[in-house]
Ligand binder design. Structure first.
Ligand code: TRH
Length: 395
């Protein structure tokens, strides 16, 4: 990887918070279950790393499939300490979890998304002289109900009380993950100019420089209307190259605008987003990173039964338009593309060819709006800062 590409991304010394001799503030145990895809591991890692790097916490990330971290976090593996985070395999038969002593219980216990502390650990939480703060870390949504559910207690029959922590877009929610240096890193990356930043990205990815062509990144689910999307890029008067990581959109193979690119480690995914003219992202973590990139973006939500994800998409689009204040044509394009890209397969294929060009015509306006969105949200505390305060209030 060329030097200039990673120079602006300092990482804390490895092992900082994992060293038992180092005095850390609070011990955290985060329990992560990989349901599918990368988001569970991605969010668990990003949060744990920030707790260690920016809040002097000592986090252990218990994850049932640590191999899900491998492609995102170089050096990650069970029993290893990376960037101050102790990574452990979440196996309820592990004696540290099957026979947890009350003193082994952390000060803060977090059930991440589908994750929860195993039964013996939970029994030890009850027996601990000072009860830990127990937090259910939930999925991100811009829906209005989130602000009223954030912080609610969930008393259990055994006397323990879990508290719901909802990430979100409003001040009364848990906020969004954002490292303290993220925006400064982004500005440093853009400082030599857009052409230089793009060329550095292409060198990193091992692909030809784009010249005058525009770049889009594509990270979507298998049911996305990829063929119609790529055809719509190809039909434009300006030249587009669409970067497609492995396994993301097999149907893109061989399409004239598609460029296969490697899957990059998580900390290098940001510069990729910063360098593109349009980012198509998905799920939860890449979605938030694309928002902080401030470049024009389109989100594909994780599909839920009975179309429940569409309410999430509508809520996000409304909240983004409110905060980013795009011109009316750009707002219409943003809303129409989100509706099309998140529609059922056949419907999406019919709508994307008309919706994408309206977004591409509005790229400048959408970029300016993205900067306004950042200005609004960067002025509020980030998720890890809010979570630390939330935990302290419950200790
Ligand atoms: O993988 P996802 O679809 O995860 C999903 C969602 O989180 C969803 O809400 C959840 O319910 C489900 O998992 C279980 O998408 P997400 O959240 O964007 O996570 C992908 C991660 O992969 C993100 O951290 C960015 C990272 N990434 C890289 O590190 N390098 C790459 O090259 C790419 C394309 C992604």
């Amino acid at each position: 990887m060329p030097d200039g590409y990673t120079r602006a991304m300092p990482t804390p010394p490895i092992g900082r918070a994992c060293d038992p001799a180092a005095r850390q503030d609070l011990r955290w145990d985060l329990f992560c279950v990989v349901v599918d895809n990368l988001g569970d591991a991605a969010i668990g890692w990003r949060l744990a790393r920030q707790l260690a790097a920016e809040h002097a916490m000592a986090p252990r990330l218990w994850i049932d499939r640590p191999e899900a971290l491998a492609a995102m976090v170089p050096g990650a593996g069970p029993g290893r300490c990376v960037d101050g985070v102790r990574i452990e395999r979440l196996d309820p038969a592990d004696p540290r979890l099957a026979r947890t002593a009350p003193d082994d219980v952390a000060d803060v216990v977090v059930g991440l998304l589908a994750g929860a502390p195993p039964p013996a650990y939970r029994a030890a939480m009850r027996a601990r002289s000072r009860r830990p703060a127990w937090i259910a870390f939930e999925y991100l949504s811009a829906e209005p109900w989130v602000a009223t559910h954030h912080g609610l207690p969930s008393p259990k029959p055994d006397g323990l009380v879990e508290h719901f922590f909802f990430p979100g877009f409003e001040p009364a929610t848990g906020g969004l993950l954002r490292e303290a240096d993220l925006l400064a890193r982004r500005d440093a990356h853009a400082a030599p100019g857009r052409r230089a930043a793009r060329d550095a990205l292409c060198a990193t990815l091992g692909i030809e420089r784009p010249g005058d062509a525009r770049l889009a990144s594509l990270f979507c689910y298998p049911d996305a209307a990829v063929g119609p999307l790529l055809d719509a890029f190809a039909a434009r008067p300006e030249r587009w190259r669409v970067l497609v990581p492995p396994g993301v959109a097999p149907s893109a193979a061989g399409h004239p605008v598609a460029v296969p690119v490697p899957f990059v480690p998580q900390r290098d995914y940001d510069p990729l987003l910063w360098s593109c003219d349009l980012n198509l992202v998905r799920g939860e973590d890449s979605f938030v990173r694309a928002l902080w990139a401030g470049r024009p973006m389109v989100w594909q939500a994780y599909r839920q039964p009975e179309g429940a994800h569409r309410a999430k998409v509508e809520a996000f689009v409304a909240a983004w338009i409110r905060d980013a204040a795009p011109a009316p044509a750009a707002a219409r394009a943003f809303a129409a593309m989100h509706a099309a890209w998140n529609a059922e397969a056949g419907d999406a294929a019919a709508r994307v060819p008309a919706a994408l060009p309206t977004v591409l015509d509005a790229l400048d306006a959408l970029g300016e709006s993205g900067a306004r969105w950042i200005a609004t949200h960067a002025a509020t505390p980030d998720l890890a800062t809010r979570l630390v305060a939330f935990a302290r209030e419950r200790l």
